[in-house]
Design a protein around this ligand. Structure first.
Ligand code: BTN
Length: 253
């Protein structure tokens, strides 16, 4: 009746016209016991949050700003899977609805023609051995026509790439369906299945990159991705470095 072809992802919808952040709201609702699969979605965010303490520009009625509450049965060290499947689901939904090939820039930026179109922010409440819940937030630039000047080289939207207004509802339906398919796989995982797909869609692997680690910037060849989500760089010195979090810029070679 809601046009959703899913078993539980998005079957419970919490919609607001405006919120501070769908992730913050979803964390509160998860604390109150809202069930697995609850979708928190808003037309705009006043304080959309990004990774590494950044903000996420959330123009009203243009993008998709959403968060899902999940209560996965796997252990915390496997939580990277949630981020993998979110990025995979965005890529596959964009392909299904618009026929556009998007790729994943490490760790989880969805890129079209080298520009960022969507971002993912995963927040976990867990103890050593068990996950209480996970909130995964997805922001997609859909019908955004303009970006601040400083971002124009780096950021794009689906309408700018597709050249036609995009139905956010259709995209959301496809996204939830794809997400559920991958989430069910992740729960009953044949080892590495979601990781393999994430790696296959990576546009970082094999490229020369620069990584901003906050206190230093390093440069090297992206040689390896690991199932825990980490990236390995081979530096000019020959040294191999494992990166767990940071900001990647591709270097044209
Ligand atoms: C990033 O690329 O840094 C992650 C951006 C994540 C943005 C989404 S928008 C919906 C959800 N609510 C938030 O406050 N952030 C995420």
């Amino acid at each position: 009746k809601n046009g959703l072809n899913t078993r539980f992802i998005g079957q419970n919808i919490h919609w607001e016209y405006e919120v501070n952040s769908t992730n913050s709201l979803a964390l509160q609702l998860a604390d109150q016991g809202y069930p697995e699969g609850t979708l928190v979605v808003s037309e705009s965010q006043k304080q959309g949050r990004g990774r590494l303490g950044r903000s996420w520009i959330s123009q009203p009625e243009t993008g998709i700003y959403m968060s899902l509450i999940l209560r996965p049965t796997f252990v915390p060290i496997q939580a990277a899977r949630i981020t993998f499947i979110s990025a995979i689901a965005v890529v596959e939904a964009v392909k299904e609805v618009l026929g556009i090939d998007a790729r994943i820039k490490w760790p989880n930026d969805v890129m079209i023609h080298g520009k960022k179109t969507a971002g993912i922010l995963t927040e976990l409440r867990a103890e050593m051995e068990s996950i209480h819940y996970v909130v995964v937030g997805i922001g997609i630039n859909v019908n955004n026509m303009y970006f601040p000047k400083a971002l124009r080289e780096k950021v794009t939207s689906l309408v700018l790439e597709y050249q036609e207004k995009v139905s956010r509802i259709k995209l959301l339906q496809a996204l939830l369906r794809t997400f559920e398919r991958w989430y069910l796989r992740a729960l009953n995982e044949q080892p590495g299945q979601t990781f393999e797909r994430w790696r296959e869609l990576s546009c970082t692997l094999g490229n020369l990159v620069e990584v901003n680690l906050g206190d230093e910037i390093i440069r090297g060849l992206a040689t390896r991705l690991e199932p825990n989500g980490s990236l390995y760089l081979k530096l000019d010195s020959g040294e191999e470095r494992q990166i767990l979090a940071g900001d990647v810029t591709m270097i044209a070679s």
